[in-house]
Ligand binder design. Sequence first.
Ligand SMILES: [Zn+2]
Length: 479
Amino acid sequence: MLASLGCRNKSGNDIGVSIKVSFLFQLFAGRLNVKSAIVLLCALALAGAALAPMALASDRARPADIRVGVEQQGDGALQISYDLKKPRRALLFGELAAGHRVRRWEIETPGFVLDRLDDGDRITRIDGAKFDHVVISASPDLIRIQKNYQPVTAYGEGGVMVYTGHFWPLTARGERVNTTFGFTPEPGAKVVAFGARADRLTGWRSPMAHPAFVYMGPLAPVETREVMAVVDPAAPQWISDEFYMLTPRVFAHLAGALDFSLAVKPNLFLAAPLGREVGRLSYSGDALPAQFQITLEGGAWRAPSAKARAIFRRSTIHEAVHLWQAAARPGSDEVAGWIHEGAADAIAAETLLALGLWDAADFTADFDRARGECAGELRDGPLSTAAMRGRFRALYACGHVIAAAVSWAEEETVLDFWKGFIAEAKTGDGYTEEDFYDFVRDRGGDRDFVSALRYFVRTPLANPTREVARLLDAAGAPL
Ligand SMILES: [Zn+2]
């Protein structure tokens, strides 16, 4: 998930749209062998990124109203201190499922209480008085939070990764308070955030003016021309080999085909708490502006297999595509996730083919799978209501079909189409679904095709298989 549609996958679990940020979905579940509970969570934080309360740009010039200190403890836990410029009666935090904060946070400062609210959590003094300082401790959770980013993720050798958004106080109106963060790793460890690797960071703000992942621990990131990567040493060797083989090639390909390089050198984080479940093969990905994080779980990752390799490659490229798509974010969480999720899948397929990791038969088989899955997902209602109905796989599979169709209608690749779309959409305040249709129409001038596309997206289809074929015919599809 994310308008920041972060998409995450997790094994065998449910899917949903989070706090406007991410969702879980099962990937490939229908075609994998029964013993492998495989779930792919693709988190595209794009939608979420657009939706999550943004830090105000003007805040960057002002001293912070709240300073948050994050200090790594010896046991994987974090000590979090809040220093308020002006005393307040409460610290408010955004929604976080499963009562996570109540379970995993403890208030160290006496006389305070943490309450769950309908739409978040709140720290106050028990006597109701104002305060300007409070300290809590937070620890990683064994329960993966669905539909959202993990606040603290354990990495090998005592490292942790923090998602700052869950520790960042909100105003009563739900905006993020003007806040800076400080990070203090354990002695000998480093903090890694975007291009920085330091003994500690103080007064830090994300260069993306958005919540971010920050790593603290002993791992030395691998920095290339394109990325700063932190790979868990618990990851099997073949995975890290694959990661380092794949990412430079994919980044170079995407930068070339989309005709721009990322404004900020991105971070890639790979955690591998594989666990003991032998047959499990779960890939969870979360994308944020200029960052993505992969969590691999399940014993089936330990040894290389064609299936594991295929999921790893495809999912990793999907997440990488989101980094480029983030240059032109959806304008709100109302914007259909199929636009960017489907394109990320379609571009991943084109990239695998272009890099020689797939042959034409692989590419065709993958598209046939998307067609079939899309038709299946539309049996109970149209694509326009799929997310609301919890049919998140429709966004990927039907979005893939649509991404291919709109590019074929213009006799170009999906990457070509998105090169144009990003260039156009990044000049505005965030694109809408109408902007997408307008772009398709303006690019090709074929009103009939745009009408067919709208019909396909919005109409309950009595025979989805036939309608998928019609849409592709209208696009002049070569497949
Ligand atoms: Zn995604």
